[in-house]
Ligand binder design. Structure first.
Ligand code: SF4
Length: 437
């Protein structure tokens, strides 16, 4: 095994799971760098001797991916390719005691809120003066901003509160400082993320302050796009819609996971909202902010979901015409409320329902996209692939939504720049067009 002393240590961070985990890795990187430690994120050139795996423990597939990744790096350690493996994040937080016994080759396990201890283990100190600063791992021009940690909601199927604790909002001033820091480093677009962004402020200010936060962030010079994710439907703060209308740099876009629509399932999932109030909310949002793009997420196969429930959900997706949709299959998680119920929907039925829902959405998305042909949109360009410059409109979030493709043969645009694109053709999930400045 190659012995190395501290000053030569090279740390590689691997992030699994959601954008909130990614922000945690970015904060970890800036702390390590500030302690003069060499750190990279998912480095291609794999010459690091220390690996930190920031895991996900949300549902079965994610847990399996985390375990496989840990075992892969443990193998590399056994072969002497790396010296130390550390594991942090949700899986480690949730199953630390079992994992310590099952995979003793890992040097240490950390919970989701144990960054200071992780840093100490690497001979580094937690630097409070860095709060609000981080090394972003996304393309420079966009970044995720975590506005709070944890969640106070009782959703039946969800293990996140077990891994992330109660809801803790970050102060508005700190988030504005963070946005200014990001803009100074080239960020033009931020995604506001949380477990539940609409709960923002209730713990800290005793009132919902998502609207005030978005208003303050909209005042940050150089921030072109602010995008709202993870809005919870129940008690949605309507003043946020006023703020959205007031500022051109707040995207007319809301990601609002609904999870289901039948009263039977919304009750079983403990979502605290009915079908009637959900329909009213969608209607109000679309009336208040005309042309807004709504993204939602549905969960199929929850215990007790009947064929009738599913047919009602499918009909709802066909009628509601969400601009963007994601579908998950229920995962039976211990220590959740639903974990005490019988997982009575067979896996193949779960998969079948998810596939059917996405088929309906593909038709909806194709139809909605045809209406964009002939229109011109402001597009932010993210990457180049297969002869195309690829970007997004304000109605599309990175990595999850539709993309705009512009041929490299006929056009040139710098990545990270905006350009106006006239749409000439549309498929279910992609738009094709030409730059028209
Ligand atoms: S809002 Fe519900 S689904 Fe979302 S993190 Fe909280 S408990 Fe989980």
């Amino acid at each position: 095994m190659r012995a190395r002393n501290h000053k030569q240590d090279k740390i590689n961070i691997i992030t699994l799971g959601c954008s909130k985990n990614l922000v945690d890795s970015e904060v970890m990187m800036s702390q390590l760098k500030a302690n003069d430690l060499e750190v990279s994120h998912e480095a291609e050139k794999d010459d690091s001797n220390i690996v930190i795996i920031n895991t996900c423990g949300f549902i079965d597939n994610a847990k399996k991916e985390s375990i496989d990744t840990i075992l892969d790096y443990v193998d590399r350690k056994e072969q002497g390719a790396i010296d130390r493996v550390y594991v942090t994040g949700c899986l480690s937080h949730r199953y630390k005691e079992d994992l310590e016994k099952e995979i003793p080759e890992v040097d240490a396990w950390f919970g989701t809120l144990e960054l200071p201890r992780l840093l100490n283990t690497l001979g580094a100190d937690y630097k409070h003066e860095l709060i609000g600063e981080r090394l972003i791992t996304t393309p420079t021009h966009y970044a995720y901003m975590k506005i709070s940690e944890g969640c106070n909601r009782p959703c039946s199927f969800c293990a996140i509160p077990l891994m992330r604790g109660n809801h803790v909002s970050k102060p508005i001033e700190q988030l504005v400082k963070e946005a200014e820091h990001l803009v100074k480093n080239g960020t033009k677009e931020i995604m506001l993320i949380a477990q539940d962004s609409t709960y923002y402020g209730l713990d800290l200010y005793n009132e919902r302050k998502l609207g005030q936060l978005m208003d303050a962030l909209a005042g940050v010079e150089g921030l072109d796009w602010i995008r709202l994710h993870y809005a919870y439907p129940s008690q949605f703060p309507m003043d946020a819609l006023e703020v959205m209308k007031k500022h051109a740099n707040i995207c007319k876009y809301i990601d609002m996971p609904l999870q289901h629509i039948t009263d039977n399932m919304l009750k079983a999932m403990r979502r605290g909202i009915s079908k009637r109030r959900t329909l009213e909310l969608i209607d109000t949002i679309r009336k208040e902010v005309p042309g807004i793009a709504l993204r939602t997420t549905m969960l199929v196969g929850h215990p007790g979901e009947t064929e009738e429930d599913f047919e009602e959900l499918k009909a709802f997706i066909r009628e509601a015409k969400f601009e963007r949709l994601g579908v998950f299959t229920y995962s039976h998680e211990e220590n959740t409320h639903a974990g005490t119920l019988v997982d009575d929907v067979p896996d193949e039925v779960k998969e079948q329902r998810a596939a059917e829902l996405m088929e309906v959405q593909e038709e909806v998305s194709f139809e909605l996209n045809q209406e964009k042909v002939g229109k011109t949109y402001k597009v932010l360009f993210d990457r180049v692939e297969g002869g195309y410059f690829i970007g997004r409109t304000e109605f599309d979030s990175p990595e999850v939504d539709n993309e705009v493709l512009v041929s490299k043969k006929d056009h040139f645009v710098r990545l990270g720049d905006f350009a106006n694109v006239k749409i000439s053709q549309a498929s279910a999930f992609d738009l094709y067009g030409d730059i028209v400045n």
